[in-house]
Each structure stands twice: as C-alpha cells, then as structure tokens.
Design a protein around this ligand. Structure first.
Ligand SMILES: Cc1cc2nc3c(=O)[nH]c(=O)nc-3n(C[C@H](O)[C@H](O)[C@H](O)COP(=O)(O)O)c2cc1C
Length: 365
C-alpha cells in the first residue's frame, strides 16, 4: 500500500503516532468533553455544495485585497502557540509556507520564534500579529510597537480568552512548555511555565493575562496603534455589532478551535447571523474545523471573506517542517480550487450563497 499522504487526516494520523503525548494533547485537544471541538468540522458536513455546469472555468483566480493588502487566496494560517513542539523551525517555517502560496500568516503572541525572527525569515509573507493583552500594559504596548516596527500588517485581538478553557487532556498530562523551548516574544522571566500538577500553560495565562478587559480597551488599542484591528473569538451578532460600531476593521468568527467554552456553537453555525449583522460594514473571517477545501468554499459562500486554519499546519510541520506545512496547506488549496471549478466559479465573487444547502432541506423533499 502507498504511504502517500493525501488528506489532512493522513497528516493528523502521522502526528498522532509521532508526537509526545502531552504535546499531542495540547495541539489536538479541546475544552472539557470536547463537544465543540467535535462539531467544528461535523457542522461543515451538514452542508451540501450544489455543483454548476458548463460555465468555462479556465484561469481561475482567487486573489483578493484584505486590510489593504493583496493576497493570492482567501485561506490563511490562524494564530497558534508554540510551533516548535512540532518542528524545530517553528513559526518561521509556517510563515514561509504561507508565503509560498501568497497567503496571510497570523503569528501568535505565544510563539516560540520571536516576532522579529519570523519577520526576518518570511519577509515576503503578509503577516498579522495576534495579541493577547497582558496585565502588564507596558509589556502589551511594547509587543504592539515591535509588531508595527517589524512590518506586521494588522493586529488580531483575541477576546475569547479572559481565562483559559478547561482542557482535561492538558490537566491529565501536566502539560507545560518543554524546558528546552521558550516563548520567543518575552524575557526568560515572562516565558517560564511552571511545572505544576495540572496545566502549566493555564497557570501562565491566569497569572499574566488581563481578565478585566472590556470593549473600552479596544478604543485604547485604537488610540495606540494605526494598524487595522480585527477582533477574534466572536460568536454572536451582538458582539459583532459592538465591534463594528467601535470601528474595528474585521470580525473574526472563532471558538478558538473548541478550546475555550465547551458547547459553544460551531463557527459555521454562528457565521450567517454575524454576516447578516455586520457583513456589509466590516470584513468577516472564520476559522475552526476547516479540514478540506470544500469547507473553505462553504464558509465563503455563507459570507466569510477569508478562512484560516491552525491544526492542519501543525500536522504538516510535525511531518516535515516547512515542506510538510506547505504540502498540507497545498492539499487544502488544491481541493478549494477543485471545488471552485466544479461549481463553475472562476472568481471569488462568483461563489454564491445558493450554492450551499443545509442537509435538512433534502430530508423535507
Ligand atoms: C495548539 C493550538 C494553539 C492555539 N493558540 C492560539 C493562540 O495563541 N492565540 C489564538 O488567538 N488562538 C490560538 N488557537 C486557536 C486558533 O487560532 C484557531 O482559532 C483554531 O485553532 C482554528 O481551528 P482549527 O485548528 O480547527 O483550524 C490555537 C489553536 C491550537 C490548535
């Protein structure tokens, strides 16, 4: 039998058989019983794509302008902490993999490579910086200024993490950053995770992250940076409305990969009402559970301007560093391209809502 890896699942299976248990648990796990984690992808499978015929699909083009930057495709890489546990080249490798396809790469505050290292390693990749706000405001401001200086094009403010989700696997495995690694954006002091009975990362977050943030802090952020501000972790039309009214530049529909509030909705379920509320006003992005190009197509049909993915990149990195990340990303892009062709779309604006139908429609026939 051939060992060729042809799907994200194949890469995930490789990682499952390779990574140390605590690392796998952290990368793969979700909050509590992992219900939301489990529906993130399943919810996509409740949607059917209706193919269209005889529309001349030669020379397909998916390029678009996002936050003022031209990118080659509407699929990017979500912020994700600690890539060096998958491969020693860490985020530098993932950022370069994004660059190969002209895609956006979002760097996590909790990366192993510093934001400057990533900027240096992938100068041609369009990079956004994901921000966690620390109790120490000076430290937070310094992160923002460094990201601006290093050429990051937007700030992605993650708002779904005032406290960390309860992650059973991390607690069971006493997960902590392996001692040979550090958080690249911080001094030794602020990079340390305790070796506790339970999750060292949760201790870190509880100690350092600001759990008093309110919407007014977004105005504070707007005052101290000229970068576009995208609010990540939105699951309700009500919050999307507040973000848009405050003048944020994008709303990022995300449940943090099912890692925060268990039983929160799958993002593809939450998307339509958010698009209805603010889609005419600001960009709406989505991540969580995208495992095939068809998932990306469905989210775009329902109004997302772009989609992002995290776990598949980690599986690719685990398999073969930058090349593995490129290969797994390439699979999804190829599937997306295929879905475009088979639905008769040559350009992104030809993807229409009517092309996606919920399975319940068929059961009524
Ligand atoms: C291992 C891991 C670490 C993550 N770290 C961060 C992070 O540092 N900041 C953040 O905003 N989101 C983080 N996320 C959430 C992702 O940005 C994203 O919302 C989600 O994982 C996307 O879903 P997917 O993994 O199903 O593609 C992390 C996700 C994973 C799997």
């Amino acid at each position: 039998m051939s060992n060729k890896l042809t799907s994200v699942k194949d890469y995930e299976n490789y990682a499952v058989n390779t990574l140390p248990k605590p690392v796998l648990g952290y990368y793969q796990g979700g909050a509590c019983e992992e219900f939301t984690l489990s529906i993130n992808n399943r919810a996509f499978n409740k949607l059917r794509i209706i193919p269209r015929m005889l529309r001349n699909v030669q020379n397909r083009d998916y390029s678009l302008t996002v936050q003022g930057n031209k990118v080659r495709l509407p699929i990017g890489i979500s912020p994700c902490a600690m890539h060096k546990m998958a491969h020693e080249d860490g985020e530098c490798a993932s950022a370069r993999a994004a660059g190969k396809y002209g895609a956006i790469f979002i760097l996590s505050t909790l990366s192993n490579c510093s934001l400057e290292e990533v900027a240096h390693a992938a100068p041609d990749t369009v990079k956004w910086f994901q921000l966690y706000v620390y109790k120490d405001r000076a430290m937070t401001i310094s992160l923002i200024q460094r990201a601006e200086k290093a050429g990051y094009k937007a700030l992605v403010l993650t708002v779904d993490t005032p406290v960390f989700g309860i992650r059973y696997r991390d607690i069971k495995n006493n997960f902590s950053l392996p001692s040979h690694l550090k958080l690249g954006n911080f001094s030794e002091e602020n990079s340390k995770m305790s070796k506790t009975d339970g999750s060292g990362l949760t201790d870190y977050v509880m100690k350092l992250f600001n759990d008093q943030l309110v919407w007014d802090d977004v105005l504070w952020l707007k005052r101290i940076t000229k970068l576009p501000i995208i609010i990540k972790g939105i699951l309700s039309a009500a919050d999307a409305r507040i973000a848009a009214d405050l003048g944020c530049n994008g709303v990022f529909v995300s449940n943090h990969g099912g890692r925060q509030l268990d039983t929160s909705p799958a993002t593809i379920e939450a998307l339509p009402s958010i698009v209805r509320e603010v889609g005419h006003q600001v960009d709406v992005y989505l991540d969580c559970g995208i495992r095939q190009g068809t998932d990306a197509f469905k989210a775009l049909a329902l109004g997302a301007k772009m989609v992002f993915l995290a776990q598949p990149i980690l599986w690719g990195l685990t398999y073969n560093g930058q090349k593995g990340a490129e290969d797994v990303f390439g699979l999804i892009i190829n599937e997306f391209d295929n879905a475009m062709a088979l639905t008769g779309c040559r350009k992104l604006d030809q993807i229409k809502k009517e092309m996606v139908v919920h399975e319940s429609v068929f059961s009524k026939l």
